[in-house]
Ligand binder design. Structure first.
Ligand code: COA
Length: 312
């Protein structure tokens, strides 16, 4: 049995922080942010709203959307780097809060590529027949580790959570291929500094992202046996519109095959790709048997690319 997506759900905080709001907080401009990144606004969690709260809401919605109950879930995998504490894990907290008494739970850290890593991990359990229903969540509260004094990073990030339920699917659907990777030598370009705030060398990360997103996308396509022309939707990590456009151009895809949410959520780390996937489903942009390419990169440095044929 292959592993596919049975349901999706999301949660974004209520508070919207616009570029105009940022202009009042620091020396920046709407024009600079829009032209360099494509971001217009982002969501920011309340002080007392944590990764596990957002992950819980997204998971609950995904389980309902799949037509399942929490007791049907065998495993929760939560991709995050901004959990309140390393233990208990976010997985443990939401497993308990949902009353998912038959489920195991764990967190997984691969920064902005975390959702792709989580999806591939879940697929292994399903393909071997060990587990049936697995919830994979991408959830991050980057506002917690944003250095609000550093305008070159503070304008880029937002908070949110997205979730999928994975389970057995047939008819050639599900995860067709993946390409995961790590280049730890680039770790110095994007990390938590001594103040426990996010440090980034934007230019280096930009270079890495453009190269790896393109290379990984071409590799995973080749592994999947799907031709570029047969791709229906590219769902890249929503970090910067220029990086996303570069991936689209490497794949020679028309504009309408690129899923974009960066303008309204900014870069939400592990939630970014899954939030874009959920929005694509909600907007009716995905049909059964569509070929999707999900690709991300992030701190580590890490990357992950997946080809999924949609449908149960
Ligand atoms: N508002 C106004 N000016 C800003 C600014 C802001 N928020 N942030 C930086 N600047 C200034 C810089 O100080 C610099 O000024 P200078 O030329 O006088 O020194 C100028 O803008 C250009 O900075 P530069 O770093 O060359 O811009 P850039 O074109 O590389 O864009 C990023 C910066 C961060 C948008 C871009 O490098 C990027 O997106 N990198 C990848 C980041 C990413 O995807 N991270 C996610 C990892 S998961």
């Amino acid at each position: 049995m292959n592993a596919g997506i049975l349901g999706v759900g999301k949660y974004v905080p209520e508070r919207v922080l616009t570029n105009a709001d940022l202009e009042k907080m620091m020396d920046t401009s709407d024009e600079w942010i829009r032209t360099r990144t494509g971001i217009q606004e982002r969501r920011i969690a309340r002080e007392d709203e944590y990764v596990h709260d957002m992950a819980y809401e997204a998971a609950k919605a995904a389980i309902e959307n799949a037509g399942l109950t929490p007791e049907d879930i065998d495993l929760f995998i939560v991709a995050t780097v901004t959990q309140e504490s390393n233990f208990p894990s976010v997985g443990n907290i939401i497993q308990d809060r949902l009353g998912a008494k038959n489920a195991a739970a764990m967190d997984l850290g691969a920064a902005c590529a975390g959702f792709t890593y989580g999806t591939v991990t879940a697929a292994q359990f399903i393909q071997t027949g060990a587990y049936k229903n697995i919830v994979v969540i991408g959830a991050d509260k980057l506002s917690k580790i944003t250095d609000w004094e550093d305008r070159s990073t503070a304008v880029l990030f937002g908070d949110g959570a997205g979730a999928i339920v994975m389970g057995p699917v047939s008819d050639g659907r599900g995860l067709l291929a993946f390409d995961l990777g790590s280049d730890g030598s680039g770790g110095k370009h994007l990390n938590l500094n001594e103040k426990r705030k996010l440090y980034m060398n934007g230019r280096e990360v930009f270079r890495f992202a453009v190269r790896q997103m393109g290379d990984a996308s071409l590799r995973v396509l080749e592994k999947s046996g799907i031709a570029k022309d047969d791709l229906d939707l590219l769902i890249p990590h929503q970090a910067n519109i220029r990086i996303m456009e570069a991936s689209r151009e490497r794949l020679e895809l028309p504009e309408e095959k690129l899923m974009k949410t960066v303008h309204k959520y900014g870069n939400t780390s592990a939630s970014s790709i899954v939030l874009a996937l959920v929005d694509a489903v909600e907007e009716g942009r995905i049909n059964d048997d569509d070929n999707l390419l999900l690709v991300g990169f992030g701190a580590g440095l890490t990357w992950g690319a997946l080809v999924i044929k949609w449908g149960k």
